[in-house]
Design a protein around this ligand. Structure first.
Ligand SMILES: [Zn+2]
Length: 98
């Protein structure tokens, strides 16, 4: 992960251990994925086999792991750093080099 945004130089790690909170976002997102995976399995099959359901959800969770890591970190950072749409017009001389 880069230390700062290449465009606006916003620091990504605001303090040591900042992304520990992203763990809770990741947990919440994975609960949603597990619920959707179980629902998908129930809808797709006639007889419910717990082992097959767990294996399906495990494969989905493992496959989405890297994506969930970055999504949860991004969501956690967006809680503390607000997007400024007018950044370029407010800072015309910033972000064009250091
Ligand atoms: Zn930026």
């Amino acid at each position: 992960m880069p230390e700062q945004c290449p465009t606006c130089y916003q620091k990504y790690e605001l303090e040591p251990g900042f992304y520990l909170g992203a763990m809770f976002v990741s947990y919440l997102l994975n609960i949603i994925v597990v619920a959707l995976g179980v629902l998908l399995y129930i809808l797709a099959t006639d007889d419910f086999n717990e082992i097959h359901c767990i294996l399906l959800v495990a494969v989905i969770i493992l496959g989405l792991g890297p994506y969930m890591l970055h999504l949860s970190r991004s969501a956690w950072l967006s809680v503390f750093v607000k997007y400024n749409e007018a950044w370029y017009t407010e800072n015309p001389n910033e972000g064009k080099g250091r």
